[in-house]
Structures are given as C-alpha cells and as structure tokens.
Unconditional design. Structure first.
Length: 252
C-alpha cells in the first residue's frame, strides 16, 4: 500500500510541477508582482500537501525589506518558506538555472544566482542582494552553503550577510526541522551526498506522517555589525530554536 500511495503521490506532484510551468509561461507575463507572488505561495503550499507533508509555522515575518537566514536541509526548504513568505528571493547556486522544469520555476520566483566556482562572483551577488534589500525586497540565504544532515548545523559562511550590513537591513533567522511519526529528525527530507532529486521525491512520497516545522525568529539589526560576529549570533539563534522545536514535540 505504501508503494502504491507513493506512486500516486509522485504522479500528482509531477502534474502539479507541469501545471506550475504552464502558469509561469502563460500567466506570469501578464501578472503584476503581487499576483505572481500569490501564485508562488499557492503552488508551493499545494506541492507540500501533494507530497504528504504537513507544515507548522511559529512566529511572524518582519514586514518590509529584510534578509532571511535559514538552516539548509533539503530543496524542500524553499517551498516551505515560499508557502508562507512568497516574496522571499533566494540566493541559489547557478546550476539550478539549467535543471529541467525546476530551473524555470525557480527563476520565476526572482531567484538570485551565484557561481560558487568563481570566488569573485560572491562580491557581485553581495551587491545584487544589497540593491534588492535597499529596494525593500526580502532576500533569503542559506549560510551553511550546502544541505546538512538535519540534526546539526554546518559552519556558517558570513559573506552574504555583508549585503544586509551595507544597507542596515534587518536579518531574520529561520529554524527548519523535518520530523515524522517515529523520528524527531526524519531522513525522508534529507538531500545530502549523492542522493538524487528523484530519490528524495520517492522518500518524501512514501514517508509516514512527515511534518515540516518552521520557527520564524525575531529579527536582528545589522547597522555597523561585524559580519562574522553576526554570523555566529545567527547560528546560535537557529541552533537554540532547533533544540526548542525538539523539546516542544518530544513524546510525553
């Protein structure tokens, strides 16, 4: 039964992906920015539901321009955030632009791309993020730089935080935890090592009671901040919040 449920779940998810592509190609050119973002929210939330994932959110996003800083577990992280904050413009590795279907969908969400193989490209992206923040946009980054194991944080990289410091934009940390009926940290949502997108989709489709918990933490000011010190503070914020999520949902 789980296998059949997984196949049905995957089929619906693929069809929803194709539907999203049609929306981007046919509707987005005629929509205003708020209209496009409304559809990003709808599409992301529905994809999570189709994959059998329940979303629980605690906290509220600060209005206006800000930088979101989150721990990175899976490609699902972007859908989770977009389901509640569709205006978030994520910084993503440039290779994503060339992925079939996914690349076009990600680009439609006003993603900012970085060439990780080129060290100088980080400075270009910092300036691009700063301009977006100055214009009142919400920019989202994963300071770990790659997906982690889910149960502990990787070291944070501080470079992109300079964009928020340069324009004194607030930084708001987010803590993401994926759990299922048996485990506080579910392996079904992980995307590490050589795991392919198809493999992660199958794990998600056959997971048992998967839930994504997103804690939106209080924003921090950045005026005259040291980026490395700010990075350390944000890491502690997220680490503490993840421990709090685990405590809140520990079986009695």
């Amino acid at each position: 039964m789980r296998r059949l449920r997984g196949i049905w779940c995957l089929l619906r998810a693929v069809l929803h992906g194709l539907h999203g592509l049609l929306v981007v190609l046919l509707l987005f050119p005629a929509l205003r920015r708020d209209g496009r973002r409304a559809r990003v929210r709808w599409w992301s939330a529905k994809m999570l539901r189709l994959l059998g994932l329940r979303l629980e959110v605690q906290g509220t996003f600060k209005p206006g321009g800000k930088m979101l800083v989150a721990n990175h577990v899976s490609w699902l992280d972007i859908l989770v955030v977009h389901a509640v904050c569709p205006e978030a413009r994520f910084v993503s590795k440039a290779e994503v632009r060339h992925w079939p279907l996914v690349g076009r969908l990600v680009g439609a969400a006003e993603t900012l791309y970085i060439e990780r193989a080129r060290k100088r490209d980080a400075m270009r992206v910092v300036h691009q993020c700063a301009e977006a923040l100055r214009a009142g946009d919400t920019v989202a980054v994963f300071p770990e730089g790659t997906t982690g194991p889910g149960d502990e944080l990787l070291p944070f990289h501080a470079n992109l935080l300079q964009a928020a410091i340069a324009v004194a934009a607030p930084v708001q940390p987010l803590a993401l935890r994926y759990a299922d009926r048996r485990r506080a940290v579910s392996p079904s949502a992980l995307w590490v090592g050589d795991t392919t997108l198809a493999q992660t989709l199958w794990l998600l489709a056959t997971a048992d009671g998967l839930v994504a918990r997103l804690d939106v933490l209080g924003a921090r000011g950045t005026a005259h901040a040291d980026r490395r010190a700010l990075s350390d503070t944000l890491r502690i914020d997220i680490e503490t919040a993840l421990a709090d999520i685990d405590r809140r949902h520990r079986p009695a």
